[in-house]
Design a protein around this ligand. Structure first.
Ligand code: BG6
Length: 469
């Protein structure tokens, strides 16, 4: 018997405001940290916006949302993941009242999605903290951000609660430890931050996430709130038990975020890590109460897996999505060195389901690649068979996980339309089903073209996955 995807499975695509919206200074929007990050997540920021920052215009969804949503509808999307730019709603982040023009923009977007029966899946904070909160408060190192975030959430829930059912609190919350500025709006250079500083900032986000979950449930009884984790299955490099323990330790450092979101308290292994490393956090009695507001589902991004070893002389530290690790000698990598491991997706789905018994949602998965626009009988397109095979192979493994008994709510491919890369700020690292004519030097018409994968994905959705090979 072939198990297929469940009835009502949420097929779609995912984006983030800072990477695709553009309109960085329109409609009363304030600056976000991304407006001063022309080189991407790993590089230093600039004083103010500079012309070389592709994100200022992005792919201009701000003005082209109707055209783009029509294309998503043509593929048959059931769900569309987008983030709300916090600095569109609260330009500085610490104001008492929101910016009406910013709110009205998302009204238009949600109304447009509703026309096509596409459910919005909203990330409340996706690597786009208002710049003022970074510069004046040092981002999430400050406890004050919990209150600002809560006010922002209340504003969103009251305004959009009648149209948005699925909410994610923080994109890849575990990445704050690795990219403090991009993920946590923390201005202090990473080299000057202690581990205690980083965990304290994460703690503030965890409390804010739990408070947002409580508020969502109060204000929107039908809403479902998820956490969002950067998933990274970690294999022992060899069968040496010491390597197995190294892999376990690395996994723990990632599980912690889901454990706290799903169980409502810090796990023992993390408390031990704090003790062993002299890390003392300011965790109040109220924080502990707040954390008990656990999430309804767990969402995650999945691009690759890594290995770990106890022997620092073995293996090579590979490139990859934010979290480091040792390269797996059995796997191929993308043009950007991210190792491709479809079976890792089945592993992670089973692992998370066994651990938390909460519905899961794959909210990012995809292949960043150089695409070539070609002319086929007068139609411009990209013959991206490599992307089709990447997505097919991952979806086959997701289907295996469903057969294993995993409760899976949906799947949104990362970058359903080409946009600016988070790590490298390139346009040429493309993930989309839709090609956008914009180049790394900022040139291009911003015209949209359907790639070969566009029709392929339409067929996958229409057959609820039966078309996968
Ligand atoms: C995830 C982020 O880590 O990876 C996205 O949530 C990002 O914002 C995606 O775009 C792909 O990474 P990149 O660096 O190739 O854009």
């Amino acid at each position: 018997m072939t198990t297929t995807f469940p009835e009502g499975f949420l097929w779609g695509g995912a984006t983030a405001a800072n990477q695709f919206e553009g309109g960085y200074n329109e409609g009363g929007k304030g600056l976000s940290i991304q407006d001063v990050m022309p080189q991407g997540g790993m590089s230093p920021s600039t004083e103010g916006p500079t012309a070389d920052n592709l994100k200022l215009i992005g792919i201009d969804f701000y003005h082209r949302y109707q055209e783009d949503i029509a294309l998503f509808a043509e593929m048959g999307f059931k769900v569309f993941r987008l983030s709300i730019a916090w600095s569109r709603i609260f330009p500085k982040g610490d104001e008492e009242t929101p910016n009406e023009e910013g709110l009205a923009f998302y009204d238009r977007v949600f109304d447009e999605l509703a026309k096509y029966n596409i459910e919005p899946l909203v990330t409340i904070s996706h690597y786009e903290t208002p710049l003022h909160l970074a510069r004046e408060y040092n981002g999430w190192t400050s406890r004050e951000l919990i209150g600002f975030y809560e006010r922002y959430c209340r504003t969103l829930f009251e305004r959009y609660g009648n149209r948005v059912k699925y909410w994610l609190t923080f994109n890849e919350i575990n990445s704050v430890l690795h990219l403090p500025f991009m993920s946590g709006g923390i201005e202090t250079p990473k080299s000057e931050l202690t581990e205690a500083d980083l965990y304290q900032a994460v703690h503030h986000e965890l409390v804010a996430s739990a408070r947002a979950t409580r508020l969502a449930h109060e204000l929107m009884p039908d809403a479902q709130v998820g956490c969002m984790i950067l998933a990274m299955p970690t294999y022992p490099l060899t069968p040496d038990p010491a390597d197995v323990v190294s892999a376990m330790n690395a996994l723990h450092m990632n599980y912690a975020f889901g454990d706290i979101h799903c169980r409502g308290e810090y796990p023992g292994y993390l408390l031990r890590y704090f003790r062993d490393n002299g890390i003392e956090l300011d965790i109040t009695a109220q924080d502990r109460e707040d954390l008990k507001n656990t999430v309804d589902f767990v969402s995650f991004s999945y691009y690759m897996s890594i290995c770990e070893t106890a022997d620092p002389t073995k293996g090579t530290r590979g490139k990859g999505n934010i979290l480091g690790g040792v390269a797996n000698p059995t796997l191929e990598a993308s043009e950007w060195g991210w190792q491709i491991d479809p079976q890792g997706l089945r592993v992670v789905l089973n692992d998370y389901w066994d651990r938390w018994q909460k519905p899961l949602f794959i909210v990012e998965n995809g292949l960043g690649a150089m695409d070539e626009l070609v002319d086929l009988d007068g139609t411009k397109t990209v013959e991206d068979d490599y992307r089709i095979s990447y997505l097919n192979d991952h979806l086959v493994q997701a289907r295996e996980a469903v057969a294993d008994g995993v409760e899976l709510m949906g799947y949104t491919t990362w970058g359903c339309i080409d946009m600016v890369s988070a790590s490298t700020a390139q346009m040429s690292k493309r993930y989309g089903f839709i090609y956008v004519d914009r180049n790394d030097d900022g040139s291009g018409t911003l015209e949209r073209y359907r790639k070969k994968s566009f029709d392929w994905y339409r067929g996958v959705i229409a057959s609820n996955g039966a078309r996968l090979k």
